[in-house]
Ligand binder design. Structure first.
Ligand code: TRP
Length: 452
């Protein structure tokens, strides 16, 4: 007789929301979003991003939760259970690859946030020349040893949390810290806006100029939206499998999406006005927030203490996101390969460690580690957000829209008929047609295959 496996799970509905929002809110919002807005011309990108979040990402997020909670399995087995012996499990395999690619650069940036905690503790609370901040960042990321040590520490923190399990690991850490981070970013945004006396930054953020928008802008906005919401590769399928049966999936999804959008918007408001006030180019790339935030703190009362606090919270936000990526890989090794959590985590740590070392060195010491004309770090970043996640999202919609039995989807969304869901037909139509076609068109035009 087959034994029923009891899975570790989230203890409460609030815990689910916080853990899923904790996965979503991370470096994607606070580090990647501001520099993408800066590189892609500001407000038009911002508007397209917000629009995509609501009309395209929300359905994908709900679909991932439906798959996960229905199957009660890891990303690959979820497809084996719901569609036995079919090619659909390719979505799960692609998801595992995406997790590795994302972790390959995410842990490097996670390491930078730790390095900045150290730097802010030892920095002198004096005002320094403007180019000092950019110089510090460049010398950190290009140095041969420093970023690797910080990255190793970041990976070790992940290993510690993930190997202690879902309930007392992920849930406990997320609950307390997210609200504190939120308050801090609001304070920073207020400071940045008051620095921007001639409102250039606010105009850059909110006065749309669609003349510079291209297919690539749309794909970048879509990739950013997927990345910041942690969708398109099964992280939310794995989390969905831990959601209690009485949680309202649609409400949870709307909660996660709104929280995530709010954090991104606030991060934009905390960074972009300051960029203009300090006369820095918004198109700096990945260094943007590491250059801007220390400079804002140098112009604030108690900046010394606030800076330490801020980078600590940023590192924790990064951690609550990266553990969701590790969790995808670990859950698969535990469920499908029957490894213990600790052994599984050790295996994943080794692979991610190697990828991170290569990505980090590609920024300084070994610039010729490159793929398709990009250094490895940038390649991991754009390959995952612009290719793997949108395609993953597309197939996830197709799976729920076309392959799953409508009765099963309805059963999950209504908690077996216990809650009302008036727009089910509409939701299914969106998943079957609207979202997949829209993603396909954006993808094709972003890749330059389609002129619109
Ligand atoms: N969304 C996270 C962030 O914004 C990163 C992340 C965690 C992620 N899990 C993911 C991105 C899964 C894509 C897929 O920092």
């Amino acid at each position: 007789m087959q034994q029923k496996i009891t899975r570790d799970g989230f203890a409460s509905k609030f815990g689910v929301l916080v853990a899923a929002a904790g996965s979503a809110v991370g470096l994607g919002n606070l580090w990647r979003f501001p520099y993408m807005v800066g590189e892609n011309g500001g407000s038009a990108f911002l508007l397209i991003y917000l629009f995509f979040m609501i009309v395209l990402c929300l359905p994908v997020l709900i679909a991932e939760f439906v798959i996960g909670r229905r199957a009660q399995r890891d990303v690959i087995d979820a497809f084996n259970v719901l569609a036995p012996r079919s090619a659909w499990k390719g979505i799960g395999i692609a998801g595992l690859c995406a997790a590795l690619v994302i972790l390959g650069f995410y842990c490097v940036v996670g390491g930078w946030t730790l390095a900045y905690i150290g730097k802010s503790i030892f920095s002198l609370p004096t005002t320094l020349p403007g180019d000092y901040y950019a110089g510090t960042f460049t010398s950190l990321i290009t140095s041969p040893v420093q970023p690797l040590v910080w990255c190793a520490l970041f990976i070790a923190l992940n290993a510690f949390v993930v190997s202690s399990g879902v309930k007392n690991g992920i849930e406990r850490y997320s609950k307390i810290l997210m609200p504190i981070l939120f308050v801090m970013i609001v304070v920073l945004a207020i400071r940045a806006i008051t620095l921007d006396s001639d409102m250039k930054g606010l105009r850059f953020l909110f006065q749309p100029d669609f003349s510079k928008v291209t297919g690539a802008t749309f794909l970048a906005a879509l990739g950013q939206a997927f990345f910041s919401l942690s969708i398109g590769m099964g992280a939310m399928i794995t989390y969905g499998s831990y959601i209690p049966k009485d949680s309202h999936l649609v409400k949870t999804s709307i909660g996660v999406m709104s929280t995530d959008m709010l954090f991104s918007l606030l991060a934009g408001l905390a960074v972009i006005p300051a960029v203009f006030a300090f006369g820095i180019s918004p198109a700096q790339g990945p260094g943007l927030v590491f250059v801007i935030f220390p400079e804002i703190f140098s112009k604030m009362p108690m900046g010394y203490v606030l800076e330490i606090l801020f980078f600590t919270l940023l590192a924790i936000a990064a951690l609550t996101s990266s553990i969701s990526l590790f969790e995808v890989l670990v859950a698969w090794l535990v469920d499908a390969k029957k490894l213990s959590r600790r052994v599984a985590m050790a295996c994943v740590t080794v692979v991610v460690g190697v990828l991170s070392i290569l990505a980090s060195l590609s920024l300084g010491m070994l610039p010729n580690i490159s793929l398709f004309g990009k250094n490895l770090f940038n390649f991991f970043d754009s390959f995952s957000s612009n290719i793997l996640l949108p395609l993953g999202g597309l197939f996830i919609c197709l799976f729920v829209g076309w392959r799953m039995k409508p009765a099963d989807v309805r059963d999950e969304l209504t908690n077996s008929g216990n809650i009302r869901l008036p727009l089910f037909g509409c939701f299914r139509f969106i998943l079957r047609y609207i979202t997949p076609i829209a993603i396909a068109v954006i993808f094709a035009s972003g890749m330059g295959w389609l002129q619109i």
